[in-house]
Design a protein around this ligand. Structure first.
Ligand SMILES: [Cu+2]
Length: 149
């Protein structure tokens, strides 16, 4: 009887360890289990995907990644993106092909107006950590997402 209980505890501990690997990373280096996608030619860890159904949405810059990393929205929809730096160092939101490049200090909030592409992806990155940490994300046109009212 005593042995059976001990085996049960060992099994429970193993399950808890297995499950903890699936919990989303809030800061620091992502676990290797995160899905990766090629964005702007780099292998980017995907820290969440959001469906943008309102005129205002948010992206948080962490050390050193964006969350969510992928934002899906209706083609051509214009949104106000609130950019918050939840990390400990200065980050940046750059939208290539536009004049948008916002440096964001730790704890600061900035904003940018972004229009989802008619099709395909519109990528963004942090100019400080694009090369060193693949701090990159993307707005994806998705016709299955309803346009904001
Ligand atoms: Cu950065």
């Amino acid at each position: 009887m005593r042995r059976r209980i001990r085996l049960g505890l060992v099994a429970l501990a193993a399950i808890l360890v297995a499950c903890s690997g699936d919990s989303p990373a809030v800061e620091g280096t992502p676990p290797a289990s995160l899905p990766h996608e090629t964005i702007l030619g780099a292998q980017v860890a995907i820290h969440g995907t959001s469906s943008v159904t309102h005129r205002t949405t948010g992206i948080e810059a962490m050390d050193n990644f964006f969350t969510p990393t992928i934002l899906r929205g209706a083609p051509g929809v214009k949104v106000l993106v609130l950019l918050r730096n939840g990390g400990a160092v200065t980050h940046n939101f750059t939208l290539p092909g536009s004049d948008i490049s916002r440096d964001i200090g730790p704890g600061d909030l900035r904003e940018a107006n972004v229009t989802f592409p008619a099709s395909g992806s519109l990528e963004f990155y942090c100019r400080f950590h694009r090369d060193s940490s693949q701090m990159i994300g993307a707005f994806r046109s998705d016709g299955s997402i309803p346009s904001p009212k």
